[in-house]
Design a protein around this ligand. Structure first.
Ligand code: GAL
Length: 428
């Protein structure tokens, strides 16, 4: 199999652009949303929900020493089974996703990708059938460059054949990483080309990109363009199982919110990376913060945890219907940081039916719970409670706070590194 030259890639991309131009015009006409263009594959109309192996299981390929935790078909089959039997699917988590390190070291004689035969003895098609039989969908991972980040064969030069292979196997989502691209141009063209190639297969395959993360060192990402090719896109560093990692993602997102927030909407989302709730690194309050803020940010909800060993408390938080409803709100507008003062942050997100979600985060890591007083007239662009609203506390526990008029004050009490998440509904 000879590798596709960059010039050929460019030529094909010309046709791809024309194709997308037509499709986008059609999508806009159908959606009736002026100014918002998104990948026209009908997917991710609300943020994607599922499970992804990376943060918790990384590149553990040692099935001899660690058979329960290595990247193998058994791991994904177990997770798929638990997603159904433990209520995850009913809560909305739908995609069971493989990350890096699933591949054999070489392609086959026809240039097709092969899963590691020891760890995936029945192959990906079989795994996809199993996952589908549970009413779930299967996600897979590849890379725009010559190798995946962990050094397995990448897709560069094989975009069409890989897209077709994934479609033949019955894959429903592709996470496309950005390591080992030859240069900036081939990174960008590769992300676009793969979007086209997936669409050409005729199978609905959700497309999860890391394009802006890898292109940012070269230039500020053009989100209008990225939205036309990807269903969600990673912007910032990989998440780790720690409070400092969650905090960095939040403060980076707030610092770029002017560019990020308008980019999100039905069909295309900013991806602040996986939920690490249920692992080792976050306290209870920090888990509440991650769940609340990922809902405010309209983030894809990919848990990376061990569903075989998870505390009832973390499970209840991840399955909390009211928070999930905020994350999945059909209006599809991403929230933003409204204020930062006295070690508190206030975030808000507009919801459908003129409702608002509001999160108050206490950053002070000294002392106990602290009160924060808010006036209703600052919320919801000043009108969230005009002339009055009902306020419900959603997290950390659900509580009706009652009716508040415009210009009235209310207080929340927030634990260190924790968050109080509220929903404001107009009084009718
Ligand atoms: C990183 C990516 C991670 C994970 C990893 C796999 O670049 O951001 O989410 O996919 O590669 O090697």
């Amino acid at each position: 199999m000879t590798r596709r030259r960059t010039s050929e890639l460019g030529q094909k991309q010309g046709r791809a652009s024309a194709f997308w131009g037509l499709n986008l015009a059609l999508a806009l006409a159908l959606a009736g949303v002026p100014g918002v263009t998104a990948l026209d594959n009908g997917l991710a109309l609300t943020p994607t929900m599922g499970w992804l192996h990376w943060e918790r299981f990384t590149c553990n390929v040692d099935c001899v020493e660690d058979p329960q935790n290595c990247i193998s078909e058994q791991l994904f089959m177990q997770m798929a089974e638990l997603m159904v039997s433990e209520g995850w699917k009913d809560a909305g988590y739908e995609y069971v996703c493989i990350d890096d390190c699933w591949l054999a070291d070489e392609r086959d004689e026809n240039g097709r990708l092969v899963a590691d035969p020891k760890r995936f003895p029945n192959g990906i098609h079989h795994l996809a059938n199993f996952v589908h039989s549970k009413g779930l969908k299967l996600g897979i991972y590849q890379d725009v460059g010559n190798y995946t980040c962990a050094g397995y064969p990448g897709s560069f030069g094989y975009y069409d054949i890989d897209a077709k292979t994934f479609a033949d196997w019955g894959v429903d989502l592709l996470k496309f990483d950005g390591c080992y691209a030859n240069d900036f141009e081939s990174l960008v063209e590769g992300y676009k080309y793969m979007s086209f190639a997936l669409n050409q297969t005729g199978r609905s395959i959700l497309y999860s990109c890391e394009w802006p993360l890898y292109s940012r060192p070269f230039q500020e990402p053009n989100y209008t363009e990225i939205r036309q090719y990807c269903n969600h896109w990673r912007n910032y560093d990989d998440i780790f199982d720690s409070w400092s990692s969650v905090k960095n993602i939040l403060s980076w997102t707030a610092s770029k919110q002017e560019n990020l927030v308008p980019a999100a909407g039905p069909g295309g989302w900013n991806d602040p990376d996986m939920l690490v709730i249920g692992n080792f690194g976050l306290s209870w309050d920090q888990q509440v913060t991650q769940m609340a803020l990922w809902a405010i940010m309209a983030a894809p909800l990919f848990m990376s945890n061990d569903l075989r060993h998870i505390s009832p408390q973390s499970k209840a938080l991840l399955q909390n219907k009211d928070v999930i409803a905020i994350n999945q709100d059909p209006l599809g507008q991403q929230g933003y940081r409204l204020r930062k003062e006295d070690d508190f942050e206030v975030w808000e997100r507009p919801l459908s039916d003129l409702a608002w979600a509001v999160a108050v985060l206490n950053h002070k890591e000294l002392g106990g719970p602290r009160n924060y007083a808010l006036s209703t007239n600052v919320l919801g662009k000043g009108l969230g409670c005009a002339p009055a609203c009902n306020i419900t506390q959603i997290l950390p526990v659900k509580k009706e706070l009652g009716l508040y008029e415009w210009l009235s004050q209310f207080k929340v009490r927030v634990n260190p590194t924790g968050t109080v998440l509220l929903k404001l509904q107009p009084f009718k």
